[in-house]
Write a protein that binds this ligand. Structure first.
Ligand SMILES: Cc1ncc(C[n+]2csc(CCOP(=O)(O)OP(=O)(O)O)c2C)c(N)n1
Ligand code: SF4
Length: 396
């Protein structure tokens, strides 16, 4: 697992990840935490020649490696352990794990964005910057800890490196000082290591009104949410822009677990609350990704749920990508869109339990929900209209 500490490293480490993957025949994870994913900085790109892939295309069949039936898996486990041992050896000399020796009074073992914070807070300290956080370079770590007077492990949230390092018998300070919740900052590290409380350079006035995240003005998701509470039932939600329906003024959803769970959570709840028709709301992309399996299961198990697909023509929350209901591939080629009505039919939802309405026609949306909520079975309602930001982007 590689952990970048800057935009440049996020770029460089992807290439290293592919190289390691090829060299050691291993999957490699890249672990960019929140602040790395949400920050932007100048990145120097490799020239084309260097980025040319050396990987040959194709597939060499090898069921002993790619089909993990128990007999093959047992043998493969030896290969995995052998690979991890080789990777641990590589970690000792890898350019991903760098020692920066400065003042030996304070040593800091850190990785990812925490390295940047610690470097800003304690520029004169010595650092062991871990770019490959699994497997860890055990010998390098022990040598580093022994070469400084006091050693801190600065890692955001769970003490993954710290526990491992303490298991080597090393005396390091970590979660005795640093929190296991929230994000770190240079100020926090300065305070914990140097005992200096930062004076805020630009004090923030405390009378600024709180602004909650909200659906955009004109968002097509608003219609359903403005109506849904009148049905006095439990509304299971899902992940996308429409999760913001939980916020005032709508307060329209009761749960949100993971992609597709609106439908499956409603099924589970219907076992303990059998007399209410639950409503599950889900975006088009989420429905295509992992909602359809839940719908099949709900139909097969004769569940009494109204599934509302909020189709805004796009995958708004994560960058306006296409999805299987759009009729276009990611490369912009025309393709066959999934047909909701045929899908409903295939699953076993009859015409009486199916409707598609325009999200901006509030009366029609309301009439459709009224009609389907009165049915004693599984219903599918598609409420469709383009996201206003998507419309503007596409100049529709
Ligand atoms: C398993 C998983 N993969 C990816 C994501 C990231 N993700 C969050 S919302 C979302 C898509 C939402 O699109 P859609 O359902 O169309 O709703 P919209 O944002 O357009 O309202 C994705 C992919 C996730 N939360 N979980
Ligand atoms: S981006 Fe689109 S889908 Fe998301 S809240 Fe705004 S209008 Fe609605």
């Amino acid at each position: 697992m590689l952990e970048p500490s800057s935009s440049q490293e996020a770029y460089d480490f992807v290439k290293m990840a592919f190289e390691l993957s090829e060299t050691f025949d291993t999957p490699v994870f890249l672990r960019p935490t929140t602040r790395i994913s949400h920050s932007k900085s100048v990145v120097t790109l490799d020239d084309g020649a260097k980025t040319q892939s050396k990987v040959s295309m194709g597939f060499d069949p090898n069921p002993q490696k790619f089909v993990m039936v128990p007999g093959f898996a047992r043998k493969r486990h030896f290969a995995v352990e052998d690979r991890m041992a080789k990777l641990a050896e590589y970690a000792e000399t890898s350019p991903l794990n760098v020692i920066e020796m400065n003042d030996k009074k304070i040593g800091i073992i850190t990785s990812g964005i925490s390295y940047m914070y610690a470097k800003e807070a304690c520029p004169n300290a010595s650092f062991l910057k871990i770019g490959m956080c699994n497997p860890l370079p055990k010998k390098k770590i022990i040598d580093f800890v022994n070469s400084v007077d006091k050693c801190y492990v600065v890692e955001e949230l769970d003490p993954f490196m710290e526990m491992e390092i303490k298991s080597y018998g090393c005396k390091v300070i970590g979660k005795e000082l640093f929190p296991i919740t929230g994000e770190f900052s240079p100020d926090l590290i300065r305070e914990k290591i140097c005992g200096e409380t930062a004076e805020s350079a630009a004090p923030i006035a405390d009378n600024i009104p709180v602004r909650l995240p909200a659906l955009c003005p004109g968002c097509p998701h608003r219609t359903v949410y403005s109506l849904i509470r009148k049905y006095n039932t439990i509304v299971t939600g899902d992940i996308g822009c429409y999760t913001l329906g939980v916020m005032p003024p709508f307060r329209a959803i009761d749960t949100c677990v993971d992609m597709g769970a609106s439908i499956t959570v409603a099924q589970g709840m219907s076992l303990s609350i059998p007399n209410k028709k639950m409503i599950a709301v889900i975006g088009d992309s989420t429905f295509a990704h992992s909602g359809i399996t839940g719908l099949v299961n709900a139909a097969f198990n004769k569940k009494k749920i109204l599934v509302i697909v909020m189709d805004n023509w796009t995958t708004a929350m994560t960058g306006m990508q296409v999805n299987p209901f759009v009729g276009e591939t990611l490369q912009g080629q025309q393709t066959t869109p999934v047909n909701y009505k045929k899908l409903a039919e295939a699953v076993g939802i009859d015409d009486d339990n199916y409707a598609m309405v325009d999200a901006y026609k509030k009366d029609e949306v309301e009439a459709a929900i009224d009609r389907l909520m009165a049915k004693d079975s599984l219903s599918l309602l598609v409420v469709k209209a383009p996201c206003v930001i998507y419309k503007r982007k596409k100049k529709l």
